[in-house]
Ligand binder design. Sequence first.
Ligand code: SAM
Length: 245
Amino acid sequence: SPGLYIVATPIGNLGDITLRAVDTLKGVAAVACEDTRITGKLLHHLGIKQRLIRYDDHAGEHDRERLLALMEAEPVALVSDAGTPLISDPGYRLVRTARERGIAVTSLPGANAAVVGVTLSGLPNDRFLFAGFLPNKAKAREDTLASLAAVPATLVFYETAPRLGASLAAIEAVLPGREVAVARELTKKFEECRTGAPSEIAAHYEAHPPKGEIVLLIAPPGDEAKGEVDVDALLLAALAEAKAS
Ligand code: SAM
């Protein structure tokens, strides 16, 4: 039926597409995508012939209106180059406007680099905060990290290989003592995940310059850093209790 179908696609391994995604991509009237060449390749791999409509970060009001008009009459899929649309990818305005106009919107779950990074890193996952890309400029990057310093959750960022060194240095300066994880080339042949102190990880990647795509994670502040829990006092109290009983 007519409406907008948000469809997650793989982040590397082409096997990571769901059966529902394949059925939907086959069944819609058109597929809106960031880059027709990249999505064309994926659909070719899946044996699907489709009408592709470009919809990227530069899409203006006019492109959006055309797509909205189409999805009022027919089913339209939205995909991005990789992973889950809208997550550091285009689509927010389209979804917002579609909902405002009462167009049916549904979202088909699938690959997402941030979630793969969280599950793989071994860092606490009961709470995590996805914070997209850190700013490019040094001062803005440090300010962003400082603004997140007290958040009691694992912090998750998207990162690029050329900027990894600068980000690790900033973490070491602004969030001293916090463990980090670098999750690289997820779901691909050279997938790796390294955890440790930012200085250790930085030293490794200075010796072996990283390639490919990266999720950068920062462990939550420890109890020492929060200054709230006095572990010694808790232990002494527990000992006293054990002795008394
Ligand atoms: N929407 C996508 C998703 O759901 O993961 C993210 C798109 S964002 C423009 C691209 C960034 O996602 C990359 O710079 C990298 O930080 C991260 N990323 C995407 N694929 C990845 C992979 N296979 N391994 C590690 N990080 C990846």
